[in-house]
Design a protein around this ligand. Structure first.
Ligand SMILES: [Zn+2]
Length: 187
């Protein structure tokens, strides 16, 4: 059953409000209540977010097992693998909402602004964030710019561009405040 982007977005916003207000519904359930079907999944949204241990999508949106299709990698970079994961969420699982979720004090964005070079694959990852983060005056601005860069990268792929032109999918950016638990959607 496809979920409309609008309905999915409203559900995420309502869930985040319950989370902030210490009134989670989903996280009071026990495993058995989720009634997981090994043969199928029907998530409401696909999310690209950071690997940061404090950004736990299912909790902060008060969603359950099977509700979110999540690609996590440091700095929520829209790498080819991340793009492929999001395309799978849309093409195969039928989600119509894609969210890029950055967060306050993201270490990957801080690293990209540091001017420091890194070793190994970490350098490739940080290099992908530098174009967005380099010219921003403040860290919060750089975090938003990095989210917008990933949103733009998703929207610019021929595969997503076609669906966006037909209004079959929505791609939105958001940032998460670590201490308040609040998700701010950039619209
Ligand atoms: Zn981060």
């Amino acid at each position: 059953m496809p979920h409309s982007a609008r309905a999915a977005l409203e559900r995420l916003k309502a869930g985040n409000l319950r989370f902030q207000n210490n009134e989670p519904h989903v996280y009071q359930r026990v495993f058995e209540e989720f009634d997981v079907d090994a043969g199928r999944q029907d998530p409401i949204a696909a999310i690209l977010t950071c690997s940061d241990s404090r950004v736990v999508c299912e909790m902060l949106f008060d969603t359950g097992i099977g509700d979110l299709f999540v690609a996590r990698l440091a700095g929520n970079v829209a790498s080819p693998e991340a793009l492929g994961s999001l395309e799978y969420g849309v093409a195969v699982l039928g989600v119509s909402l894609v969210v890029v979720l950055g967060h306050e004090n993201c270490g990957a964005v801080i690293a990209a602004r540091s001017g420091q070079a890194f070793e190994g694959h970490l350098e490739e990852l940080i290099a992908a964030i530098r174009p967005a983060a380099a010219d921003c005056e403040s860290l919060p601005e750089a975090i938003v710019a990095n989210v917008r860069q990933s949103v733009a990268a998703i929207q610019a792929t021929p595969w997503f561009a076609g669906l966006l032109a037909e209004r079959k999918v929505r791609v939105v950016g958001a940032t998460y405040e670590l201490e308040s638990g609040r998700v701010l959607f950039l619209e």
